[in-house]
Design a protein around this ligand. Structure first.
Ligand code: FES
Length: 69
C-alpha cells in the first residue's frame, strides 16, 4: 500500500526502514521523505511507523525467548 503519494513511499518501505534500524519518525522523514511535502500522509505514515516499531519489538522479544529456551 502506498502511504505517501508525493514521494511514492509504501508501508513496506517504512517497515524495511524500521527493520534496518530507523527508530525515530523524523529520521524516517529525512531518509524516505515521507510526510515532508503536502503532509496529507502524516497520520497514516506515523501509524505505520509505530506499528512497524511495535512489530520489531515483538520480534526481538520472541527471538530472546527462543534463545533462552
Ligand atoms: S502524500 Fe506524503 S507528503 Fe504528500
Amino acid at each position: 500500500m502506498i502511504v505517501c503519494l508525493c514521494h511514492r513511499v509504501s508501508d513496506r518501505d517504512i517497515h524495511v526502514a524500521v527493520q534496518q534500524g530507523t527508530n525515530c519518525f523524523e529520521v524516517l522523514q529525512d531518509d524516505l521523505r515521507v510526510a515532508s511535502s503536502c503532509g496529507c500522509c502524516h497520520d497514516c505514515a506515523r501509524e505505520t511507523f509505530d506499528n512497524a516499531c511495535a512489530a520489531r519489538e515483538q520480534n526481538a522479544c520472541t527471538f530472546e525467548a527462543a534463545a533462552r529456551a
